[in-house]
Design a protein around this ligand. Structure first.
Ligand code: IPM
Ligand code: MN
Length: 353
């Protein structure tokens, strides 16, 4: 029997509740597919930090590298200053494990409400490949004369050709494998960001021409992209973009697919250890009430199975998710309005396997 070791990082707020449902569904899928999933829990997050003053113990990264995959709930605590946990846990893991792809499907499931008028599941079905280790997120820059009237600050958008190339190669190969419209849209702002934009534009063309002649090349400025995502989302198959633009457009993507309750993502190192997460936050005000939507965490679990190469198990989970939503019994994607509780949604998806 094939066996996988998975680190669980439930994190803060409602993270533990949604992850519990994800583990419930994954365990049920594994049983049907003759897989063994061994889960080990880590208590990283705001509570631990407030109690011990430690964000991540020195051994954490070394330990996490030994797993087959990581499964994260949510990071973010109302009593901790913004940035500390995000940088110290989430970004730290992404960088240290070189999870250079952030894969974010924007997919409208049946019976899920979208704010886009007259758009259904066939129109809203694309994937954003967000570069996940470079750009402004590298943290290069500085500030001087802080507190004076001439205070200055810089934060540098930094990209090397290898970092751009590996992201584009992943995106092209993913577009080919997805086999939908075979179109890869590069999103940037090359009319203003003439250095970084030009680097991405040239690399996109060179790699596409040389290695992926079967994939149609397309380009949008990021501001126009937000417009098209709302007006004509059916235009997109796969989008590839740099880190910050990807961060921004995937929140818009989450909204058009029905909200944070259903939006999943994977931080992927194709040659290493990847981490899967619902892309919403820790939603502290809903903690412990059995009202938060676990479907994003469940869908992230499906992405984990797919990335591990367990295509049959991933397809089974996806089919169950479809069936659960298709039934119309889950009334809304919003916390407290689902018509059933967090645990009941997990049970319901399991019943559809
Ligand atoms: C995300 C989040 C993170 C990011 C934050 C919490 C650091 O917004 O995963 O999209 O900006 O990448
Ligand atoms: Mn974000």
């Amino acid at each position: 029997m094939k066996s996988y070791n998975i680190a669980l990082i439930p994190g803060d707020g409602t993270g533990p509740e949604v992850l519990t449902e994800g583990v419930k569904v994954l365990t049920a899928v594994a049983k049907k597919c003759d897989l063994k999933l061994n889960f080990e829990r880590y208590d990283f997050g705001g509570e631990r930090y407030l109690k011990t003053g430690e964000i991540l113990p020195p051994s954490a990264i070394g330990e996490l590298k030994k797993f087959d995959a990581l499964y994260l709930g949510a990071i973010g605590h109302p009593d901790v200053k913004p940035g500390i946990l995000e940088l110290g846990i989430l970004l730290k893991i992404r960088f240290a494990l070189d999870q250079y792809i952030n894969l974010r499907p924007v997919k409208l499931y049946p019976n899920v409400e979208t704010p886009l008028k007259d758009k259904g599941p066939s129109a809203i079905d694309f994937v954003v490949v967000r570069e996940n280790t470079g750009g402004i997120y590298t943290g290069m820059g500085g500030a001087a004369m802080i507190g004076t009237q001439n205070e200055v600050a810089t934060q540098v958008m930094c990209y090397s050709r290898p970092v751009v190339d590996r992201c584009l190669r992943f995106a092209y190969a993913y577009t080919r494998k997805r086999n939908r419209n075979k179109k890869l849209t590069l999103v940037h702002k090359c009319n203003v960001l003439t250095y970084c934009g030009d680097l991405w534009v040239r690399a996109h063309k060179e790699i596409g021409d040389a290695e992926f002649p079967d994939i149609t090349q397309d380009y949008n400025h990021v501001d126009a992209c937000t417009m098209w995502m709302v007006k004509s989302p059916e235009f997109y198959d796969v989008i590839v973009t740099e880190n910050l633009f990807g961060d921004i457009i995937t929140d818009l993507g989450a909204m058009i697919q029905g909200g944070m309750g259903i939006a999943a993502g994977g931080n992927i190192n194709p040659e290493g250890v990847s981490m899967f997460e619902p892309i919403g936050g820790s939603a502290p005000k809903y903690t412990g009430q059995n009202v938060i939507n676990p479907l994003a965490a469940i869908a992230a679990g499906g992405m984990m199975l797919e990335t591990l190469g367990e295509d049959r198990a991933a397809a089974m989970l996806e089919t169950a998710l479809h069936a659960a939503l298709g039934s119309g019994k889950i009334k809304s994607m919003s916390a407290g309005r689902m018509g059933m509780g967090t645990r009941e949604v997990g049970d319901f998806v399991v019943s559809q396997l």
